[in-house]
Ligand binder design. Sequence first.
Ligand SMILES: [Zn+2]
Length: 311
Amino acid sequence: MVPYASEPVPGGGLDPMLLAAAHSASIGNPVEGWLQGGVPLPLHGKGYVFNPLRDPQRRHGTVELLQVLIRSAAAVDELLPGNRLTINDISLPGGGTISGHASHRNGRDVDTQFYLIDHRGRPFPGKAIPIEPDGTGVDYQDLSIGDDDLPVKLDVPRTWAFVAALLSDSAAHINRIYVVEHVRTLLIAHAERITAPAAVIRRFGHVACQPKFPHDDHFHIRFYCAPDDIPAGCEDTFPIYPWHQAHLAARGQTVKLARGRTKPRPKLTSVAAARKRALKKYGQLHPEVSDFLERRKAWVDKPHPGRPYCP
Ligand SMILES: [Zn+2]
């Protein structure tokens, strides 16, 4: 039998599944920290692909984050084969400032697309397509013309299976899942329908919340400091959930809370700003795009319906 270790890693680097937790350390907090011993996510694996349109330098994370991410994508593929997760930015090789993000500095933040399907239920490649409250979306492609529009749907069963796998993996705990409120609601409704474990639904209900930047087209997932990274200088940010405290307490450890700046600078994407950007790029918007931007106000602009923005 060929040993697993001799398999080439897509994109090069070490196989994160074979590394010890101590290989990497996430230093500081997600908006001011850096990354030691960061490992590149293999460019593709069972049930996932690193977005080929992103700079591959942006796929470095802690061993713990990569392992949980890879295991969760594989678990979805095992349970509901046929679609795959598209993974976007994690961190740069040494962490630190990364353009386009306020956080993603120390290998503990990752953006992923939602799983999508087309109007016939076939897998649709992971793309940043805003999902509306009814779970549908449109890949408008060129915003100035209507003929090229492709209707898509949130692939609710696989998207739920992914977050459920993340939250059930005891190797690393999730601190936050930033996502628009109505996608959170759709996922919880599905989980209740399929009678998913109540503890997982409850945990998702806690960790998932909508920030001011709406996250209606992707998840931003933040992991807590791994226990072995805390002595090295890893700092967590609120909220600290009881199950995470208990997990650390069992190892004789406590959370080290971040001092200094922990909040990203405010980045409120208004519908007006989105319209202005789109107009600049396309010259004109076809009426369906304008209609969509009007509808989008309901979940982007204040007042935010339902729960408050996450703190
Ligand atoms: Zn992000």
